[in-house]
Design a protein around this ligand. Sequence first.
Ligand code: GDP
Ligand code: ZN
Length: 356
Amino acid sequence: MTHFDHEEEFHSRDRKQFRKERKLAQNTDRSKFKKTDLENKIIETAHHLRRGRVVAISGEGAFIDFDGESVLCSLKGLMKKETAQVKNIIAVGDWVRCSDQGAIEQVEERTSTLARTDISGRKEQLIAVNVDQVLITASVVSPPLKPALVDRYLIAAEKGNIHPIIVINKIDLLNAASDEEQERYRNFLAAYIPLGLPILSLSSETKIGLEALRSLLQNKTSVFSGQSGVGKSSLLNACFGFELRTGELATKTSKGSHTTTTASLIRLPGGGYCVDTPGIRSFGVWDLTKTDVINHFTDFIPFAKECKYPDCIHINEPECAVMQALEAGTIAALRYESYVNLLEEIASGSQSKTWS
Ligand code: GDP
Ligand code: ZN
């Protein structure tokens, strides 16, 4: 062994010792803060990955918002990983981490999801994720109120851990509406207000109720859902001065485009985000079960306890206390119709193309 070798060995041992000590110090440091493996991973990667939020998804990738700057990033990195097997690798509202080359490398765990059954009826499609509230938007007269559709969204919100708010638009049309239409609106309120859900009646046309809507949206992530034509885009335009496309024409155009989903996340002036979903023309709750439906109709529960059969589903069983309450007017006809409609949907297995 030459002198040189000795010196090399000495230094190498020195380095080893140094590394050992550094590792030890790091370990004590880690245990001191009790960081989880996930947290450590995030800290390790944070310096070379940028955190952003998925604002829209297209055939080429996803548009990610980095502090107000929108960049088209690729899904290639994610595809390579085993997560590629999982449907809905990313969805509008996801928080992701991207490399400098514009590849999405990580997707953060979701806190909530709004899902529906896709067009084939066999797959789950995520409309938006990490949202605080869903604005279940309906309208009076044109299109008319559809309680069963409202209940579908309510169930989807319950399943996805999202706070629901019912928004009834176009109340300006009530003045000139038929008695039947006016009664439908009154019956809807009478049936749904007792459920304790927030309900807003408004009009994007006359701007009634828009101030209340604006304040509900502030600093939250909200998704506007509901049948096409109820005025979701018009409401956003009226509240924030946006210029989102409205009316039938917009829906037709988006159908012909190459985007796989037309949902997009919009930053709101004054704080918060909002998801506009112009391309969603039908809505079926993903993986809807009889139990979901029964649990959702909490207003039936006190009566259901009195039914002759403990497994009564209140359709045609004898001595059914729910049906008796319906006849007595204690349970609203609108609620019962909606309940039957949902059970029929499960029975027929057609959980998607019910609404357009
Ligand atoms: P979306 O498909 O839910 O986004 O609905 P749009 O915003 O495209 O609106 C559909 C149609 O309803 C458009 O022709 C709007 O002008 C009309 N509309 C929207 N809000 C109101 C309203 O408050 N009153 C009336 N009378 N019409 C409205
Ligand atoms: Zn019963």
